[in-house]
Design a protein around this ligand. Sequence first.
Ligand code: C5P
Ligand code: MG
Length: 253
Amino acid sequence: IVEARLQPAEYRNLLQKSITVLRKRACSVGKMKKKSTVCKRIMEKLGQVDMDHTERQVVCISQDSFYRELTPSEKLKAEKGQFNFDHPDAFDNDRILRTLRDILTGVKCEIPAYDYRSNSILKNQITTIYPADVVLFEGILVFYFPEIRELFHMKLFVDTDSDTRLARRVPRDIKERGRDLDYVLNQYMNFVKPAFEEFCLPTKKFADVIIPRGADNTVAIDLIVQHIRDFLSNRGRVTMEAESPISRAEGGF
Ligand code: C5P
Ligand code: MG
């Protein structure tokens, strides 16, 4: 979750900001909760879901929207389940950084749409993200690169055991992503599990809060929601000089 705070009265390019990151590998076997469910719950509890998207104080962006376009030979590999989508280089990390910087400076930004069936970015399906006070940024490797990690003001790691992750993944990939069982299991054994251990798990140490059991952990979700509520109600009282999160963010580059 990335959280960006804007100066309330003036137009939104003069801003105070603060950033929070939720990074989660969350699910529960029984109800098949996904990572995005944690963000959805937070949005619901903050009353943001039914709002017009231009009016939202809190918005949610997924790292998956930033998977990079593959070369023709990578595409062939991906079709056979031989491309590593869990490696940090699978993402357009420059675009992630640019987008987060835009968010921090209160600039409206455009998020691509990604299609897991064709392993490609969907042309002409851009989502516009309007300046918001809190931006939740969720994904498997959002804490991996220091330049990106340093932008977040609060980092959450939603922890789930590997059996549960696999049990969640199999039906999801078959139903929603057009894969068959062989593909899912091979991809999991060859790429997902080793990459989780090599790239994702070591980023747990950067988290401010570790949340077991994902969206089922209503106590943790309520605490996060309360933290965001406090932030939203306090933001008007913060002066441009105080905190100066933008200089902190820029210092990271
Ligand atoms: O929703 P979730 O965070 O699980 O999505 C990330 C997962 O999607 C990664 O573990 C990656 O293996 C998978 N993926 C895929 N095919 C793609 C892009 C991502 O299987 N084209
Ligand atoms: Mg997801």
